[in-house]
Design a protein around this ligand. Structure first.
Ligand code: SF4
Length: 309
């Protein structure tokens, strides 16, 4: 069985498999660690394995390489990109930063290494609020690349961060009408939403948070039914942790499918994971200068988020 073969290769190569919550359930089940971007970054920085396989998207594998440059880092499918990271091209962003010379640059972890090089501090959806609040109230800040997330953080912190106008194709396309219909069908359901969703969805949400925060909320809440407005892969862990509760994926507006999946995340499969471990490809390579410069804002985030915990 492929699962046994992967387990065997993992031992032979002293490899660790890190999987994001948005991966297929079969991959989540075989991973050593399953978590959100912040957790994956922490594990990548701390592991003593020789090989790290990141079952997620390209920027997550790059982050693992930046944090563990002496390790070999693999991504089962090199085409597993991220529309949000792609919405922030380095040349255009460098020009944007130049136009705001006295600003501190805060970038969401969903960016390429080239954007991290232009960044003062990286954030994830788990720590963004604390990191933003660690700056003086009048500090001039740029937030990139997600405009929905940036607007939300501005609204809850009273900041006026200058926003790069990027977005994630998954979180942008939740249908307000279909969510309202679901709310009518399930009047007791609570709407849980990721801050990358559009403002009209966030206004309606009963709870807004990172993937980990949404999961924890579903565990602690006494409510029985939840409509979940983020990538539908998280429902696997929610259901595992709450076998008696009901989780309904919020539907997108442009499809007949009931749930909203990230096609990039779903490019990784058990077969590709097996091939990648066996053939030791595709591998992430970054030059030393990029690693050194991109590591600084990530380490700053890890230090701040540990201090502010
Ligand atoms: S869900 Fe959106 S932000 Fe997350 S990896 Fe997919 S495209 Fe990127």
């Amino acid at each position: 069985m492929i699962v046994d073969k992967i387990k065997q290769l993992k031992v032979e190569k002293n490899a660790v498999i890190l999987a994001h919550y948005y991966q297929d359930s079969a991959i989540q089940d075989i991973a050593d660690y399953v978590g959100d971007s912040l957790a994956l970054a922490r594990w990548a920085a701390e592991t003593d394995a020789d090989v790290i396989v990141v079952c997620g998207v390209h920027f997550m594998a790059e982050t693992a390489k930046i944090l563990s440059p002496s390790k070999r880092v693999f991504l089962p499918d090199m085409n597993a990109g991220c529309s949000l990271a792609d919405s922030c091209p380095p040349e255009a962003f460098a020009e944007f930063v130049k136009q705001h010379p006295d600003h501190t640059v805060i970038s969401y972890i969903n960016t390429s290494a080239a954007i991290k090089v232009l960044t003062d501090v990286v954030v994830t959806s788990s720590n963004v609020r604390q990191v933003v609040n660690s700056f003086p109230p009048k500090a001039k800040l740029i937030f990139a690349p997600d405009r929905n997330f940036g607007n939300y953080i501005n609204s809850i912190t009273g900041r006026r961060m200058v926003l790069w106008k990027g977005a994630c194709h998954v979180h942008e396309r939740f249908s307000l009408e279909k969510i309202l219909e679901l709310k009518k069908e399930h009047p007791d359901a609570l709407l849980l939403a990721h801050p990358e969703c559009k403002g009209v969805i966030l206004v309606l949400a009963d709870y807004i948070g990172s993937t980990s925060a949404l999961l924890n909320y579903s565990i602690k809440s006494k409510n029985q039914v939840f409509i979940v407005a983020t990538e539908s892969g998280i429902l696997h862990e929610m259901q595992e942790k709450n076998p008696n509760k009901t989780f309904i994926p919020a539907p997108p507006n442009d499809s007949t499918c009931a749930c909203n999946e990230c096609n990039f995340m779903k490019l990784n499969t058990l077969e590709k994971l097996y091939d990648c471990l066996k053939n030791e490809t595709p591998e992430i390579f970054l030059d030393e200068k990029t690693i050194e410069a991109a590591a600084k804002p990530i380490h700053r985030m890890l230090e701040l988020s540990t201090k502010l915990r």
